[in-house]
Design a protein around this ligand. Structure first.
Ligand code: 5GP
Length: 176
């Protein structure tokens, strides 16, 4: 075990994640029964959650990915999001479900939501694995939440610190 790895305190085990994701998948699939659904993943952090969630949804769907970068100040004080990678499919007229790893201040998701809403989907909902409501600065409607957590910096299961730990199979609290 590396020194950095020993600073990670497990918070959500593999089994706990898997159980909740199975529940979420079943609930979401029931809600979208018979609908033309496109599931949109926000890279990079979403990749394990996206794969597990969509496989827990027994229904037909399109999938597509998007990567954005937010500027929360500095020279870009308007808080614009820059699209690094756009969707490879149109969402107009489709039911669109955005999948996010964690909602913190809400700034990124608020911008992404507006951007996708302009493309006129039939509906637009959001699912996040983790929610830190105590940190919210911008109100954004989150329709499905895996786990609500305290204001702690977490890594693993897609979430990184300095690009590392995304491949950990569990979520843990990172203490520098
Ligand atoms: P927001 O615009 O909601 O503040 O930003 C959400 C993004 O911040 C997430 O997609 C994630 O990349 C990052 N983030 C927020 N909280 C955490 C955390 O506890 N751990 C990690 N690794 N990233 C976080």
């Amino acid at each position: 075990m590396t020194a950095a790895r020993s600073r990670i305190q497990p918070l959500l085990t593999e089994a706990v994640l898997a159980g909740r994701i199975r529940e979420l998948g079943a609930q979401i699939a029931a809600d979208y029964d018979g609908k033309d659904l496109i599931v949109v993943g926000l890279l990079n952090g979403v990749y394990p959650f996206f794969a597990d969630l969509t496989r827990a949804m027994p229904m037909e769907m399109d999938v597509s990915f998007m990567q954005v970068a937010s500027y929360h100040g500095g020279t870009h004080s308007t808080g614009e999001v820059k699209i690094i990678k756009d969707l490879d499919k149109a969402i107009q007229g489709k039911h669109c479900l955005v999948v996010e790893d964690i909602v913190d201040t809400g700034t990124t998701l608020h911008k992404v939501r507006n951007l996708l809403q302009d493309r006129e989907p039939a509906s637009l909902k959001i699912v996040t694995l983790l929610d830190k409501p105590s940190r919210r600065k911008t109100e954004v409607p989150v329709d499905y939440i895996g786990f609500t957590i305290e204001d702690k910096f977490v890594v693993g299961y897609g979430l990184d610190f300095d690009g590392k730990f995304r491949n950990l199979p569990f979520v843990g609290v990172y203490t520098p």
